[in-house]
Design a protein around this ligand. Structure first.
Ligand code: GDP
Ligand code: MN
Length: 371
């Protein structure tokens, strides 16, 4: 369960981490009231469960209450990266001297929590790790040991010395949040440096869906989910939004995961994936393609179906119906039960199925890159 920024921010504040002053607005009038009460310029932040909101128009600066109300009216009801905006966090606009990154997640290969820090925050940490790997430091937290000071000192050796005590304090509080909320991610990006202090300008918390029962989780259930995810679920499928440009449709979690890996190996990035599950009939396949098309970010669709209880002819019929009149390129690999009939239906409709997953992945990536 991914929390919205305002929920994460309340949790961080409760743990004693400083956050900018402000509050949540569900209407333009409320945004105005909060801005007037603060009495200085504010930042309006769309409460949607994705990062990179700034570039997508989800973060706006307002000088006063009137402007806050006007911008809030534009933002509420609009969408950011395909997600509906129904509330805004309205906070004082600060002028950080620097933006750091501080996060805590689970290193699955080492099977233990890991802290990440970078003096270059404000952008995605994966980006920093790719471009300037020497600007990211890590510290594992071995089970039973907890975040010992010597490990945190090493983690923060990249930080400006005067700021280290403040960051150390935030890191320790972040650890408490991580444990209390059974999180697999708690991330402050940016952790802003303002007058020598550290403030959480953003808050991202992902709680393990299999967390134990406890009072700390009550009231958190309202975290919004992606509307497409909800639509897929209602139709008996699972849809997951990713960040790339290739839409993936497959049957069964294992095959879908393998498809994602192949696309990544071929140098592409999936925009999403949709698992149509076992035994899907044409209607469900059609719905699946429609969900990928609605997402709007896929430039190519890669269909990878291995027929067992799922019949190739049903899949082919669903694809043909959903794709009639669309001009998005589609790469199809279809084998297994009723494969010949499926291929015949596809070929008649003008699609040329590929033979192997590898061939399909390579073609999808080439098409996505404009080849
Ligand atoms: P995200 O892009 O969705 O992760 O949203 P963030 O909350 O991280 O904000 C993105 C960027 O907006 C930050 O890195 C800051 O540069 C800027 N920003 C956010 N809040 C403030 C603020 O209060 N003051 C200023 N000056 N910039 C802000
Ligand atoms: Mn952020």
């Amino acid at each position: 369960m991914r929390l919205l920024e305002w929920q994460g921010r309340e949790i961080l504040a409760q743990a004693g981490i400083a956050v900018p002053e402000g509050g949540l607005a569900r209407s333009p009038e409320e945004a105005r009231r909060i801005a007037v009460k603060l009495g200085r310029p504010v930042v309006l932040k769309a409460q949607v469960p994705v990062g990179g909101r700034g570039k997508a128009g989800g973060i706006r600066l307002a000088q006063d209450g009137e402007e806050a109300e006007r911008l809030a009216r534009e933002m509420l009801g609009s969408s950011v990266k395909g997600l509906p905006v129904d509330s805004l966090l309205v906070v004082e606009a600060l002028h950080p001297t620097a933006e750091h990154y501080l996060g805590l997640t689970i290193d699955r290969s080492r099977r233990m929590p890991i802290f990440l820090y970078s003096p270059q925050g404000g952008v995605e940490i994966e980006e920093v790790a790719r471009q300037d790997p020497h600007l990211v430091s890590r510290a594992h937290v071995p089970p039973g040991e907890g975040p010992s000071s010597f490990r945190l000192r090493r983690l923060l050796s990249l930080a400006p010395p005067p700021l280290r005590p403040a960051l150390m304090d935030v890191a320790k509080k972040l650890w408490q949040v991580f444990l209390t909320y059974e999180a697999h991610l708690v991330e402050i990006n940016p952790a802003a440096e303002v007058d020598g202090k550290i403030l959480a300008l953003d808050a991202k918390i992902i709680i393990d869906d299999d967390h134990t029962a406890g009072p700390q989780f009550s009231g958190l259930s309202e975290a919004v989910t992606d509307p497409l995810e909800a639509e897929a679920k209602a139709a008996g499928m699972s849809y997951v939004r990713l960040d790339g440009e290739i839409g993936i449709l497959g049957n069964g979690a294992g095959l879908v995961m393998a498809t994602l890996d192949l696309v990544a190996q071929a140098g592409g990035r999936p925009a999403n994936f949709l698992d149509i599950g076992g035994g899907a009939r044409a209607e469900r396949v059609k719905k699946g393609v429609e969900i990928i098309l609605k997402d709007g970010r896929a430039r190519v669709i890669f269909v990878n179906v291995f027929g067992g209880i799922t019949r190739g002819d049903e899949v082919a019929r669903g694809l043909v119906e959903a794709l009639a009149g669309r001009d998005i390129p589609v790469v199809i690999r279809l084998v297994g039960t009723n494969e010949e009939e499926g291929r015949r239906i596809l070929t008649e409709a003008g699609f040329v199925p590929v033979r192997t997953m590898e061939e399909g992945a390579a073609r999808a990536v080439a098409l996505a890159k404009g080849g």
